[in-house]
Write a protein that binds this ligand. Sequence first.
Ligand SMILES: O=P(O)(O)OC[C@H]1O[C@H](O)[C@H](O)[C@@H](O)[C@@H]1O
Length: 529
Amino acid sequence: MDAASLWQRYQDWLYAHDGLGFYLDISRMRFDDRFVSEMQPKFDKAFAEMEKLEAGAIANPDEGRMVGHYWLRDADLAPNGQLKAEIKDTLAAIDTFATKIHSGEIKPPNAPKFTDILSIGIGGSALGPQFVAEALAPVVPNLNIHFLDNTDPTGIDRTLAPLRDKLSSTLVLVISKSGGTPETRNGAIEAKAAYAAANIPHGPHFVAITGHDSKLENMAKAEGWLAAFPMHDWVGGRTSELSAVGLLPAALQGIDIHQMLAGAKEMDEATRIPELKQNPAALLALAWYFAGNGKGEKDMVVLPYKDSLLLFSRYLQQLVMESLGKEKDLAGNTVYQGIAVYGNKGSTDQHAYVQQLREGVPNFFMTFIEVLKDRDGGSPEVEPGVTCGDYLSGLLQGTRQALYENNRDSVTVTIPEVNERTVGALIALYERAVGLYATLVNINAYHQPGVEAGKKAAAGVLQLQTKVVAALQEAQRPLSLVELATAADTTEQIEFIYKIIRHLAANNRGVTVEGNLAQPAELKVTAKR
Ligand SMILES: O=P(O)(O)OC[C@H]1O[C@H](O)[C@H](O)[C@@H](O)[C@@H]1O
């Protein structure tokens, strides 16, 4: 396509939202008009399904649940008075709690004010709060936030180390919709242990954000935690950033959550319009479908050219991949759907893997996130008439051009600046695009059956460990792995047993191993007395 036609195509496909100062450009995706007309019936269906979802249909059939994250930003859309009240009451409770924490009206027993937050959660109970903290936390936040999002002992130590002297002014948020996620439970137990070691009762420092009647909620009640906030059954983990999960930590840091909600609401209104060209989420879904042939054949590389948006692609990874990565479609056919998402930030990644993107395997499409405002205040010149921000902008435009010339397609999302409203709008945009795309490819975007398999297998390994240690203690003599597996009555699990023993030995956990660990057949294992 020559320059004039490309410019025309750019203008024909440019979506602009005046209120948000937001633009979406899908002109560098090489679809033609025929593709767009062929997709129209699929979009008609997607718009209709979305309307039903927003009206309170059971849009997550496998779990028998409504899907209500859009109501969080406009409670009046919720399908009944009780839900409306739940949304409004939760928001009011978050506002009140954050205000009282900031003023010191709610204070820890042994310090004048809370100064730090330790946020414990994983997946949808961590990625949104982490993304938003990185994007929006003030340079000097009301409270400094720290995250525990794993069950890695070294990681836990690293997070807790700077907090050891500040436990008396730390507020611990334990976030889990189900209230039973092992990594989060473990993090909470480790945090409690830190409080116990410092002789500080943990209850007045701990806050739960969790589903009704979950183990976590019951624990919070039983242990007299400072507060508990609800996570609604009809909000999925990966779409929970604008529920208490994201709003409470944001408000505590001094981020304007009402502006986040307002930005999301404006984007919701724009992405509710059942007209492809007037709906930026539909345009995104169209681009994704075109890129991957409706089968996720190409990965989505997300490159925000703004440091504060570094965690956006990580956040999107869960939103997109857990929603769209499905074996079965809604009719039960095996489809192996999904779109892989990765990316960090530009221009940094240009000095890492963009070489492959430009010249290597063409298995991706790009999403550039452009931010128009460089910074508050003026910029020094790094060359005559040129600033750092000009470089950043030039590098984005140049990379887009260089990729396009080599048949690598891209989408460009432009926002005026990174602030509460635009971040809320970005979250809403991608939530809706995922929902629409799911209907285009006929899958349930709101369940995650595949996650359970690994969790069940892990639980099995831990049960096996208990069995193996008991068998060793009973034997009271060195056993080979085969003997140990026989004694534990689990001969088919011998490889797991080897790994369990190797891990226990590495951590001085009550087993002695004689022999070379690289020669499993020769090992003799004994329980330490
Ligand atoms: O909030 P939680 O119930 O602790 O869940 C945390 C995460 O765990 C699971 O593995 C799910 O796949 C995620 O969708 C969820 O966000």
